[in-house]
Design a binder for this molecule. Structure first.
Ligand code: PLP
Length: 252
């Protein structure tokens, strides 16, 4: 059994992550200074009480990567009552047949894991069924920067095609950025993480091809063990779970 974190610990962890983000942001190369990185608190497998505690300490963006768990949490009466400004990020693999479970959820902010034209097209088609016609669904394109077979995401050389599709064929979607998970346990003593270099390169290509300002396209990269390094490499959206909420128990 893993000990449940006390509320005070979770709050202190959050504050320490904020401080580390601020410090890493100040130390970034000048070219990245214009954008403040956003913290995504990844609450998967963690109880509603922890989410409320972290929300009350001022955190607004939360990430989940299992569909049913996000459904349960986003519709939880206590969360609806106490966390009115919560912003949910879906960061797991999204199957086409689960789209209609996710899209109606209150306070859904973004799907970070779009990795095919088919998925983009279905999201684009379904979104108006759940929201006003003038609202757009935020999406990121997930890229498999490490080329590992078990990882989801498109290949880096496919990003301009999928970006083209989202930008030009999906009027109900708003392209918010690019996301990668990358290789686990990369040893930083070998130099800058190649996954982060790759994701930034993808963004530069997309920005150049479609005449976008880089500040308008987020880079979602960096987790508990490397978020400061990711910020140094240009990340604008770090996804931190364990360092805030403590170690997770394995799902069966
Ligand atoms: C679980 C998860 C995280 C958080 O990982 P930690 O190492 O606990 O910070 C970030 N991104 C994704 C996609 C995840 O599934």
């Amino acid at each position: 059994m893993i000990k449940k974190m006390t509320e005070a610990t979770v709050r202190e962890n959050l504050k320490s992550v904020w401080q580390r983000i601020e410090k890493a942001s100040k130390e970034r190369p000048a070219e990245f200074q214009d954008v403040t990185p956003r913290l995504l608190a990844v609450s998967k497998t963690k109880p509603v009480e922890d989410i409320i505690e972290v929300y009350n300490a001022g955190q607004r963006h939360f990430g989940e990567n299992y569909v049913q768990e996000l459904v349960d949490k986003a519709t939880n009466p206590e969360i609806l009552e106490k966390c009115k400004e919560i912003r949910w990020h879906f960061i797991g693999h999204l199957q086409n047949n689960k789209i209609n479970k996710i899209l109606p959820l209150p306070n859904l902010y973004i799907i970070e894991t779009v990795d095919s034209e088919k998925l983009a097209s279905k999201l684009n088609q379904s979104w108006p069924n759940f929201r006003n016609s003038d609202s757009k669904l935020n999406v990121m394109i997930q890229i498999n920067t490490s080329g590992e077979e078990e990882k989801n995401g498109i290949k880096p050389d496919e990003v301009t095609n999928l970006a083209d599709f989202v930008l030009n064929q999906c009027p109900n979607l708003r392209l918010d950025g690019l996301m990668t998970i990358g290789m686990f346990g990369y040893d930083l003593s070998n130099g800058p993480n190649p996954d982060f270099i790759c994701l930034k390169k993808c963004r530069d290509e997309v920005c150049e091809k479609f005449k976008l300002d880089w500040k308008d396209l987020n880079l979602s990269m960096g987790m508990s063990n490397d978020f400061e390094h990711a910020i140094a490499m240009g990340s604008t959206n770090v996804r931190v779970g364990t360092t805030i909420f403590g170690v997770r128990q394995k799902k069966n």
